[in-house]
Design a binder for this molecule. Structure first.
Ligand code: ADP
Length: 243
């Protein structure tokens, strides 16, 4: 379980994350949703210890996460960003293996884990010999997901992972991602600004506004019992995209 307590992050005058306390259940998919600039990405970066908080704490299974936390704790969290964040000078296979190499895994172990993951994310293995710029956007995100899953982390953090994809590819990957989350039993935190995407993958949903939690709970509650005028307006604005 991921527990946030009084978490605050400021950039100058801007309070990007403002006194957020929240529990995200193990083996569930929690979606962070809200308009651009409401603090979703900052919250995710705080959770994986990429940036320091100004106040408050993040803990994963009772262990506090900060940028100074031992790498083995941060390795228990996989992270996928919108454009994949792959190293352009490494092939897909090289990208997937990077942390395992750093941890001195044997070539055999890396090869077998890579094959297992290619099957899981449904990427033809020959694609792994390509460099990121030779792959389609959807394939890049599949490689990025493999890299995030390589060490079999307990937690998977995804920041608008489908945001840069065109609608057909997006729909495909969305459905594959949901199956993957369900089959793996991982604690997933998924950032999106898209309500229909949230409805598709979420067990729990957290609506943010100006760095604060506006509403958290089930998608059903958000859709049918919005807790505020802002929540109602946010839902209304995107309702037409829900089927
Ligand atoms: P979201 O992911 O919901 O679009 P962000 O977490 O990226 O929102 O940003 C929240 C607020 O913090 C915004 O006002 C943004 O401009 C600000 N912010 C985020 N990162 C930085 C940064 N590195 N430097 C300055 N301001 C930042």
């Amino acid at each position: 379980m991921i527990r946030l307590h009084g978490l605050t992050k400021r950039y100058g005058e801007v309070v990007a994350v403002d006194d957020v306390s929240l529990e995200m259940a193990a083996a569930q998919t929690t979606v962070l949703i809200g308009p651009s600039g409401c603090g979703k990405s900052t919250l995710l970066r705080l959770i994986n210890g990429l940036i320091p908080a100004d106040a408050g704490t993040v803990s994963v299974d009772g262990r506090e996460i900060t940028p100074a936390a031992p790498p083995r704790l941060r390795h228990r969290m996989g992270y996928v960003i919108q454009d994949g964040g792959l190293f352009p000078h490494l092939t897909g296979r090289g990208n997937v293996a990077i942390l395992a190499r750093h941890l001195d895994w044997s070539s055999e172990r890396i090869r077998s884990r890579t094959s297992e993951l290619a099957e899981l994310v449904q990427l033809p293995v020959d694609r792994l010999e390509q460099y990121p710029n030779e792959l389609s956007g959807g394939q890049r995100q599949r490689v990025s997901l493999m890299r995030a899953l390589m060490l079999d982390p307990d937690v998977l953090l995804l920041d608008e992972p489908l945001g840069a994809l065109d609608p057909m590819i997006r729909a495909d990957l969305q459905s594959d991602l949901r199956d993957i989350f369900r089959s793996l039993d991982k604690t997933v935190v998924f950032v999106t600004h898209d309500l229909s995407e949230a409805a598709y993958v979420a067990d729990e949903v957290v609506l943010l506004r100006n760095g604060r939690i506006e509403q958290s709970g089930s998608m059903d509650d958000l859709l049918h019992s919005p807790a505020s005028e802002f929540a109602r307006t946010f839902v209304q604005a995107q309702r037409s995209s829900l089927v």
